[in-house]
Design a protein around this ligand. Structure first.
Ligand code: SAH
Length: 209
C-alpha cells in the first residue's frame, strides 16, 4: 500500500533468522536492492496451535486464513468432512493469504500448511499428546474454552482447534470426534457462528488462556 523510494529504510524478514532493518539502494521495474543494516528482532517461538478447518467458499476461507495467521496459528490442516462443499483447494491462494497476514501483523514466521486430509484419517492418526479442542454447536451445556482447558492444561501443552464446515459435522462424525481420547468438546456461546467467526473466536480464547 505504500510506495517505497530510494534510501527509504524498511524492515524485512525471512521466517528463519529474524527481522532486519535495511536501506533501499536501488529500484527498477524488475527488482529492488536492499542493504541490510542491522537485526532488529529475533524470531519468537509461536504457540504450538493447529487449526483444523473444513474448506469453505473462497471469500470466507481467505478471511479464516488471514485471521488465524494474525492470531498465531502454527499449522493449518484443511480437512474434508461429509458437509465440505469445497473440495478443490488452491494451496497457492492460502499461501498468499498467509504471507499477507504475517506481514500485516508483523508476525515473523509463516504457519505451516498441511496437505488436505480426510476427517477419518485425521482422527485415526491424531497425536495423543495434543488436546483437540472440538467446537461443537450442537451440544447444549458444554463448557467454554477457558473452563474446558483449565482441567486439561496439566495433560496437554499442545493444542488443535477443530471447526466444522458451513453445514456442521454429521452425527456420525461427531461421535467419531468424541471417541478419541484427546478430544475436548467446547461451546463458543449460545449462537451459531459462521465457520470463520468460530475460528477467530476460538483462537482468541485459546491464545488468551
Ligand atoms: N450446524 C450448523 C452450523 C455449523 S457452524 C448448520 O447446520 O449449518 C460451523 C462450525 O462452527 C461448527 O461446525 C462448529 O465447529 C463451529 N461453531 C459455530 N457456532 C458454534 C458454537 N456456538 N459453539 C461451538 N462451535 C461453534
Amino acid at each position: 500500500v505504500l510506495r517505497i523510494k530510494l534510501n527509504d529504510l524498511i524492515t524485512v524478514f525471512d521466517g528463519v533468522t529474524g527481522e532486519w532493518l535495511s536501506e533501499v539502494t536501488s529500484i527498477n521495474r524488475d527488482n529492488i536492492v536492499l542493504q541490510i543494516k542491522k537485526k532488529i528482532s529475533e524470531i519468537e517461538e509461536e504457540t504450538d496451535l493447529w487449526l483444523i478447518f473444513s474448506p469453505i467458499k473462497l471469500f470466507r476461507m481467505n478471511i479464516t486464513i488471514q485471521k488465524a495467521t494474525e492470531l498465531g496459528v502454527s499449522q493449518f490442516i484443511p480437512c474434508i468432512t461429509q458437509n465440505t462443499n469445497q473440495t478443490k483447494i488452491n494451496m497457492r491462494n492460502i499461501y498468499i493469504n498467509m504471507v499477507e497476514a504475517a506481514e500485516q501483523s508483523e508476525r515473523l514466521t509463516l504457519p505451516k500448511l498441511n496437505e488436505v486430509v480426510n476427517l477419518n484419517n485425521l482422527l485415526r492418526d491424531f497425536p495423543k499428546d495434543r488436546g483437540l479442542i472440538f467446537c461443537n454447536e450442537n451440544e447444549k451445556n458444554l463448557p467454554n474454552i477457558f473452563k474446558a482447558l483449565e482441567n486439561k492444561s496439566s495433560i496437554f501443552k499442545k493444542w488443535a482447534i477443530l471447526v466444522g464446515p458451513e453445514g456442521g459435522f454429521s452425527e456420525t462424525e461427531t461421535e467419531a470426534i468424541l471417541s478419541i481420547s484427546s478430544t475436548i468438546p467446547v461451546s463458543l456461546g449460545k449462537r451459531i457462528l459462521r465457520s470463520d467467526t468460530a475460528t477467530t473466536a476460538a483462537l482468541f480464547a485459546v491464545q488468551s488462556f
